[in-house]
Design a protein around this ligand. Structure first.
Ligand code: DX5
Ligand code: ZN
Length: 220
């Protein structure tokens, strides 16, 4: 395990007809971050929300907006998401021609930088950038949809990245995203993840008792 665990509920599983209330409820329930999944129907086979929605949610909470961009090409939208109120901007290396440039664009907006690896993406895609970024987001499902089954094979990758980060004495968060539930959350933590994303478990378990579900994910 690595220090304090943060829970970042994904609003992908929220009721979109009352997204504002859902975000306020998550804050009250003890969420650390709000995970916002942005999909373009091109990088992933699904469409979700864009900067205008984030802008409307921004005044409702001071919680960190953990924005996961599954859009390609990504560079042209960095400014829009920064202006909308993202705090962490995470992108996939496959969604840009020049990873260093994308990092630079996010830093110019004074936002935290995350790089996300799909289940089959090699750790080498991120290694050279770890000293420039704040977070690695390990996908434990194929990006695109909530409610999928956790892929245990990504735990090895999580361990390798955490080991590498610790050896180099870097301060980089390791976040895991996809299929996290009450059983596998401890495995993710033991592998070195310190931020857990969860959509369906937070919103659907225990009749949608957000507080209880966040607590179980944090403490299990
Ligand atoms: C998938 C998204 C995830 C997902 C998490 O592309 O990045 O954030 O919605 O939802 P669950 O926890 O239901 O897998
Ligand atoms: Zn996500």
């Amino acid at each position: 395990m690595s220090g304090i665990i943060k829970i970042s509920p994904s609003i992908l599983s929220a009721d979109f007809s009352k997204l504002g209330e859902e975000v306020i409820s998550l804050e009250k329930a003890g969420a650390d971050y709000i995970h916002i999944d942005v999909m373009d129907g091109h990088f992933v086979p699904n469409l979700t929300i864009g900067p205008e929605v984030i802008k409307k949610l921004r005044p409702l909470t001071k919680k960190t907006f953990d924005v996961h961009l599954m859009i390609s090409p990504v560079d042209n939208f960095i400014k829009d998401f920064a202006n909308a109120g993202a705090d962490i901007i995470t992108f996939h290396p496959e969604a840009t021609k020049n990873v260093s440039k994308t990092i630079k664009l996010i830093k110019e907006e004074n936002k935290k930088v995350g790089i996300s690896l799909k289940p089959k993406s090699n750790i080498n895609l991120v290694k050279d950038y770890l000293n420039q970024i704040d977070l690695v987001l390990i996908m434990s499902v194929e990006p695109g949809f909530g409610g999928q089954k956790f892929m245990p094979e990504v735990l090895e990758k999580t361990k390798s990245i955490r080991k590498f980060i610790n050896e180099k004495k870097l301060k980089v968060d390791v976040e895991i995203d996809g299929g996290i539930n009450f059983e596998n959350c401890s495995k993710a933590k033991n592998a070195g993840a310190n931020i857990l994303v969860s959509g369906s478990t937070v919103f659907k378990e225990n009749e949608g008792n957000l507080k209880k579900n966040i607590e179980i994910l944090r403490n299990n």
